[in-house]
Design a protein around this ligand. Sequence first.
Ligand code: NAI
Length: 251
Amino acid sequence: MTATRTAIVTGAARGIGAAVAERLAKDGMKVAVIDLDEAACQEVVDRIKAAGGEALAVGCDVADEDAVNAAVERVAEQLGAPSVLVNNAGVLRDNLIFKMSAGDWDTVMNVHLRGSFLMTRAAQKFMTQEKFGRIVNLSSTSALGNRGQANYAAAKAGLQGFTKTVAIELGKFGVTANAIAPGFIATDMTAATAERVGMDFEEFKKAAATQIPVARTGTPDDIAAAASFFASEEAGFVSGQVLYVAGGPKD
Ligand code: NAI
């Protein structure tokens, strides 16, 4: 057993990020729970602490350069130098291309791409010093193309290129970078999509499950399990990979 590591998980107040934060805490890491609203992170922090772990709530917009740098410094001071980073914060601004506003394009690019870049740049400083790091980026099956998601698909495909490049640049410092590309995971994000298309969420999930080989939709814990592997010590020879966690194969 090595020294307790510190992990940062963004967008961790709920959904996949919350499940990843709780899983990494269970794995023995101290976890910085980062989201837009610090108060909203507290519930996850309390759950981690109630289970015997250590965690810190940090309010931060991942697209804001100064806020990101300050948040990562604060984590290093209060929890310890971060050696694991999970770039999970995300938003949807779905629309068909002819109706998509430039603002909706920029918002999605800023949170997913700029946010992952800023967090990675701030955290890698500590990882390269320690000669150990694990970076996990949340891509999506939408990276392969998805109607109504030109912005999101471009950002999620972009994250795959970003992941591979970070893996190439930082490998010699003991830092790996991998991407998880989830399929349909039941969270507030997919619930909002169901609402937008005027469907009951349970019906929406049932319909989605008919298209999934394992015949069910995914859960945040399905993604947390994959993140736990990529974040582990023993995954040090796995880098630059994109793992589709979608209940079946994807091209
Ligand atoms: P969610 O909407 O439930 O949670 C996203 C979290 O990110 C929220 O707590 C939100 O406040 C936070 N966030 C948004 N903008 C932020 C910013 N600028 N700075 C800091 N935090 C911010 O979403 P969910 O479903 O848990 O998704 C998590 C990640 O997984 C996202 O990157 C999403 O694109 C990705 N994903 C989700 C899938 C799904 O089916 N739910 C499928 C594929 C990928």
